[in-house]
Write a protein that binds this ligand. Sequence first.
Ligand SMILES: [Cu+2]
Length: 455
Amino acid sequence: MSKEDRSVLGWGAFAVAIAALFVGLFALRDDGASAGSESAGEGAGAAVTVVEVTLAEWSITPAMIEVPSGPAVLRVTNAGLMVHNLSLPSLGIKTADLAPGETADLDLGTPADGNYDLLCDIPGHSASGMTAMLTVGGSGGGGDTTGGGGAGAAPARMDWQEMDRMMEEVALEFPAKTEGHGGDLLEPTMIDSDGTKVFDIVAEEIKWEVSPGKVVDAMAYNGVVPAPEIHLEVGDRIRINFTNKMLESTDIHFHGIRVPNAMDGVDPYTQPVVVPGGTFVYEFEALEPAVGIYHSHHNAQEQIPNGLFGAFTIGEMPIPEYLKDKGYTKVDKKVNMVLNDAGTIGLSLNGKSFPATEPYTLRVGEVMQVTYMNEGLTSHPMHMHQPLGWIIAKDGVPLPSPIPGDTFNVAPGERYTVLYKGTDVGVWAWHCHILTHAESPEGMFGMVTAVIVEA
Ligand SMILES: [Cu+2]
């Protein structure tokens, strides 16, 4: 009783659906005469109904689609800014993931009369509102006679006990176990005789479990999302032996790291593209402290959200004197939190969606340094219920004086380094405050975790 209950039947949407239906039918008559004649022997009812469907953040328009009995095609256009698809789970069919501006036909064949849920199955998107309902053969030709059915079709409200039960069920799963853990520190494969730290990085297409049972086609460096963190000290030399084992070309850009132009990873300008099976060697010196990211710079709007990102840090961000005076004398725990909202992985913290996100523990008086890194396509105001945070660095540049807050808005590409000191005991929620990135009528999901402060 979930999806249909959430879709709202507005008469406007209904009219749009009907209009789209007729446009589709006429279009078919215009160009489909010869194709139609092939199946003319099948007689009446063989005409294919074509309905235009538009995807965007966070809607499927029209939300109520009605087609007569018989063969039907949904012509799906992604008018949004992110990758979306249109899935009809009960028939096991869906479009490919559509980039912004792309159109694809979803051939329904000849579906049985009845109601079908439609949704974008990219994680988080249906919960954010990308659902619709398809009715086949429901009202037939006589629109007026459905008046009686209209009462039944009115959006029923989910009963509150059911809502509470689903929310509690998800909440109690946290922290749920899933396969794979990303973001751990990467050890050099070897140290060269001249002291150069050598790392091997392999880009591969993998299966990644985002939340319990939700396994997606991801792209990953060294098999995990986020990629393992590369950490250097100022003055270190680094050599990265990079191999592309994916089925498409790629390269690596060192976002926020000072490198020679030839190492900037922007094919075809600074290097040749690394084709499937190809390799490239990145080599440079760590010149100054940095809080950066390494990620793809090729088909990046897909490759990055699908998983090709990892932290790249050099040296440490200093604790401002102002905070030292307030008892922030040393960092006891360091956390990178990579934010994502798109691609196959979708709304997630460090490659996992609630309840599979990682909780963090902190004792009263201990200081946790968190670096938010946004590798998604939209901003995320990250909110911790307790304790208060202080921004000490923006994009790896120490601030002259720290900025306090309980919510820090992190735009795509930005990194904020924040200090939190354990203050009041408890399990404190920690989530993105764009609420559709964190909650749904079926419970919390996506960009939610917790910090557990112990005595
Ligand atoms: Cu968000």
